[in-house]
Design a protein. Structure first.
Length: 194
């Protein structure tokens, strides 16, 4: 009989230990998930506060980006998203060019011509009495030159304008494309270990 009790104890003890372990683990886990939920709620509140500093743009009628490929009347650009990290907008945009699409290129003015325009503008501003001062447009360093679709090249920086809200559209028809050769700065190579 003593052997039966001892044998039963050998079976019951591990089972009881297992059950107690499961219960204790469940209690500890439930307590941690409660604190985890509290942590998630706290982080969510911080995110909502941060969103106030990044207002959403209700509409976009132009998209800046870099030309990735050109095929017929279609260009694909990699768009530069807004400065709002909470908005997820399409990165790749498919742009359709029609016969009505105006395509221009921003070309830098000759430096001497630009300097002369700045001097003339400064003189003109000085002659206007301060009480009658109307903000004039200072000269621009670039001129807008009409180009054709075939002048567009991969790697060019463009600003594509549309007649509709294209904020969340992955493809749209261009009304105007303004191109420039400005490209992302090339990073110098990393120094090599000696």
């Amino acid at each position: 009989m003593e052997e039966n009790k001892l044998g039963a104890m050998k079976i019951v003890t591990p089972i009881a230990t297992l059950i107690i372990g499961v219960v204790v683990g469940f209690i500890i886990g439930a307590g941690q998930s409660g604190s985890s939920n509290a942590e998630v709620a706290r982080l969510q509140a911080q995110i909502e506060t941060a969103k106030k500093f990044f207002p959403s743009i209700p509409e976009m009628h132009s998209v800046p980006g870099t030309i990735k490929s050109i095929s017929g009347d279609t260009i694909i650009i990699e768009s530069i998203n807004t400065a709002n990290p909470f908005e997820v907008l399409p990165v790749e945009r498919v742009i359709t060019i029609t016969h009505d699409t105006k395509i221009v290129f921003f070309e830098q003015k000759d430096q001497a011509v630009f300097q002369k325009e700045i001097v003339e503008f400064s003189k003109m501003i000085k002659t206007i009495p301060s009480e009658n001062m109307i903000s004039g447009r200072p000269p621009l360093a670039f001129i807008e030159k009409v180009i054709t679709q075939s002048d567009l090249k991969e790697g060019m920086t463009v600003n594509v304008e549309a007649a509709e809200n294209v904020k969340e559209k992955a493809s749209f028809v261009a009304v105007k494309i303004t191109a420039s050769t400005t490209m992302a700065p090339v990073m110098p190579p990393a120094p090599q270990a000696l």
